[in-house]
Design a protein around this ligand. Structure first.
Ligand SMILES: Nc1ncnc2c1ncn2[C@@H]1O[C@H](COP(=O)(O)OP(=O)(O)OP(=O)(O)O)[C@@H](O)[C@H]1O
Length: 290
């Protein structure tokens, strides 16, 4: 599968503040990739570098084979972007937002935008500022999708939505992905949502990539080992120990297993994605897993 987005040792500094560093990753074409990380990890910075809103201070970023800053006309018409809090022009009517989209985007699909909004009961006469958060998110997604992008970038698109609106938003997103063979990169703190819609995961921590790969492989390769307190060095010689927890009664290891774990000392359990991600976030010194 070819890569739609390639970051090579990508970095961004604001004065002495390092927002992103040494970020190397590929987002395969046609994948739906989740981008997670704690507040301040550099997620928005990475997404802004991808859509050309900011320029790298180190390394390079290529989207659909071109640089978003150096070759914007080759890249930007082919990217849809839903920014954090989807900042729309609040005084505009929905129909006026579509007119703007039509004027600004050469590949604009008016029928698609109209159909999308109609299906969600959002009238063109409504002022954007009067819409609910969920409806505003749907308008932002309609505007991004009507560009007929090949790559769709979403920065915490559903963060402010209630669970029902979030579900509807993600459902709409998945419809668009299936119908249009989009490549999607979406940041969020809502792991359960991401697990439902994404097939790949990138974890950013302290401005660098910590975990990157297909979701099912990440889940399949990690195991929880529970055993009597004591020496866990033998496990560490074979497997990558991501997290160790000791109590007086037992030791619990979260490991990235190098093949099967054969060791009668340990009770071996599957581990949920959320627990894996939290373990990496608590141990940012762990090496990149790709
Ligand atoms: N314009 C800026 N000027 C100075 N520092 C910035 C700027 N933008 C971001 N930063 C810093 O870069 C780091 C990464 O910020 P970024 O917004 O990319 O993180 P994030 O992972 O998106 O966080 P959140 O989950 O809170 O949205 C933070 O320490 C932030 O303070």
């Amino acid at each position: 599968m070819s890569a739609a987005i390639v970051a090579d040792r990508l970095g961004k500094r604001y004065g002495t503040q390092r927002a992103l560093h040494d970020c190397t990753l590929e987002v395969p074409a046609g994948s739906v990739t989740a981008l997670v990380g704690p507040n301040g990890a550099g997620k928005t910075t990475l997404l802004h570098l991808i859509v050309g809103l900011t320029e790298p201070t180190d390394g390079s970023i290529s989207v659909l084979g071109a640089s978003p800053r150096a070759q914007p006309t080759r890249v930007l018409p082919r990217i849809g972007f839903v920014a954090q809090d989807h900042p729309l022009e609040r005084r505009f009517r929905v129909g006026e937002m579509l007119t703007l989209g039509r004027k600004l985007n050469p590949r604009w699909d008016d029928a698609l935008a109209l159909e999308w909004l109609h299906a969600r009961g959002i009238a063109l006469e409504r002022r954007v500022g009067e819409l609910s958060g969920g409806q505003q998110a749907q308008v932002a997604l309609a505007l991004a999708i009507a560009k007929r992008p090949e790559v769709l970038i979403l920065d915490e698109p559903a963060a402010a939505l209630d669970p029902l609106a979030r579900r509807e938003f993600l459902q709409a997103l998945m419809e668009a992905v299936v119908e249009r063979e989009l490549t999607v990169l979406m940041s969020s703190h809502l792991l359960a949502d991401l697990e439902r819609v994404c097939d790949r995961l990138v974890v950013l921590a302290s401005g660098g990539v910590q975990l990157n790969g297909p979701l099912d492989e990440i889940v399949a390769s990690h195991r929880l080992l529970v055993g009597p307190p004591g020496d866990d060095a033998a496990v560490a010689r074979v497997h990558q120990v991501v997290q160790t927890r000791h109590t007086s009664r037992q030791t619990t290891l979260l490991v990235r297993a190098n093949g099967h774990v054969y060791d009668a000392h340990w009770q071996i359990e599957d581990v949920a994605l959320e627990e894996i991600v939290l373990a990496y976030l608590q141990h940012p010194e762990q090496e990149v897993v790709a």
